[in-house]
Each structure stands twice: as C-alpha cells, then as structure tokens.
Design a protein around this ligand. Sequence first.
Ligand code: CO8
Length: 259
Amino acid sequence: MAYETIEVKIEAEKVGIITLNRPKALNALNDQLMTELGEALKAFDADDAIGCIIVTGSEKAFAAGADIPAMAKYNFVDAYKGDYITRNWETVRSIRKPVIAAVAGYALGGGCELAMMCDFIIAADNAKFGQPEIKLGVIPGAGGTQRLPRAVGKAKAMDMALTGRMMDAQEAERASLVSRVVPLDKLMDEALGAALAISSFSLIASMAAKESVNRAFESGLADGVMFERRLFHSLFATQDQKEGMDAFVNKRTAQFKNQ
Ligand code: CO8
C-alpha cells in the first residue's frame, strides 16, 4: 500500500519500521497519518516474518501532537458524534506484537500519548516529552491523563498536565517514562538492536509477555498473577518452549519457529 504520511520498511527481514513523515508539521498526527499508521501496524502484525515493530519520527520531532489546525474547527458534536480525533487511535493498542517507540525531539500531546501506547520507549538525548493540551484549552485525549501517571506517578503527571511543561530525556528516564536514553545518532541502532533481540525469541512468548505486562495495568495483583500463571502454563504447550529449554540443556542456540 502506498502511504503519504508515513514511511514503512523492513530491516533484517524481521523488524518492521514505521517512520512518521509530515516534516513540515513536525509529524502532527492528523486523521490521514493515524489511519495510515494503523494500516501499517496491522499489516506488520499480520506478517508472520515480523517479530517486532518500531515506530519513530524525525530527529526534530517524534510527533508534536494531534493536528491543531484540523482540530480547531471541530465543535463538540463533530468531535463526539464523528469521533474524528479519536477513532483511529485505538488500533495502536490492539497490536499484539511488541512495538517500540524510538523517540527523538518533540513527543508532545498526542505524540507523547502515541509513544506511551507503544510497549516501551527508547529516547534520544534530545527528546522532549509533554502534555501541553492545557495551553490549548483542552486536556489530553488519547490516554495522557491515564498512562502518564501509571508511568511516572501522580506528582509528575499532574505537573505535566497542569503546567504543560516539557520533560527532557534525562528526566523522562529518571521518572521511568522511557526505558533507555542514547545519543541521537545511536537511536535507531539501539532500537533496532532491541527489536532484533526480541525477534530472535519465540513470538508466541513475546506476545504472551506483552499481554501479561499490560494486564498489570488492568487488574489487581492477585488477578494479574493468576493471569500470568495461566499464560505461563499455556506456553508449555508450544514447540518453542521445548526448543528453548532443550537448547539451554544441550548448550546450543535455540531456533524458535513461533509454534
Ligand atoms: N499540529 C499542527 N501543526 C503543528 C503542530 C501541531 N500539533 N506542532 C507544530 N506544528 C507546525 C507549526 O504550525 C509549524 O508550521 P508552519 O511552519 O506552517 O507555521 C511547524 O509545525 C513548525 O513548528 P514551529 O515553527 O512552532 O516550530 P518550533 O521549533 O518553533 O516549536 C514546538 C516546536 C514547541 C513543538 C511547537 O511547534 C509547538 O508548541 N507545537 C504544538 C505542540 C502542542 O500543543 N501539541 C499538543 C497538540 S493537542 C493534542 O495533541 C491533543 C491530543 C489528543 C488526541 C486525541 C486523539 C485520541
């Protein structure tokens, strides 16, 4: 499929890379971009060769938020009835393979929310995160008030949502919003290295790990632990479990077949 607002490529035949590409608008997330992003994510999710997906932007901006001029003209009925702004955003959450956000530059508003919808964030040292919607007379609308406090705690989430200030990459790492910070020129190497490592393991196991970690945000501890245990037990029905453990016992490298 030909895309206009994103670029899509496959690295090492197993990592899908989606680059947001509206440079003149700092990758502002309009309806077309979110539709194309959703299509590309679904295509990689359905491609048996792909073990991990990276979503990235430019060196200046991962994404500077939802498209403000496009939003500016909506009234409540447009926004609510047509679901214009929100309708394409849920796709990201529905992807079952691991998705890494490789963030350089601005990740603001919907850009920060998009990064947080991914499974983890690797940041360049020039990354800046923020939820500045308050300055526009609104609040975050794609999970910012929910995922940010789960990542960084109430104090910082309130600070960000109420003052609209940005958090730099170092603060974001200290606050556990991002898993790693690397020099800008190493960002894609780092993200690709992580994606290749993930792709070398059993896809069934990585999907189960993703599902189980995400469950931690949806349930109490006892329910979450039981959910994890059931998934853990179920993995003993896979050939990949036999292969992984046999390879360890026999001191060889496992060859997972995602079965
Ligand atoms: N939407 C549209 N265009 C944008 C956006 C945006 N969010 N951000 C930047 N641009 C455009 C600018 O208008 C400018 O275009 P032009 O050259 O035609 O004037 C171009 O990108 C470059 O921007 P600047 O000249 O402003 O660049 P600076 O380096 O001076 O500043 C900033 C960079 C600080 C990032 C600045 O552009 C800025 O503050 N942008 C707006 C950030 C913002 O408020 N983001 C939140 C938007 S609201 C939101 O995301 C709600 C999410 C709800 C999701 C709901 C769905 C479920």
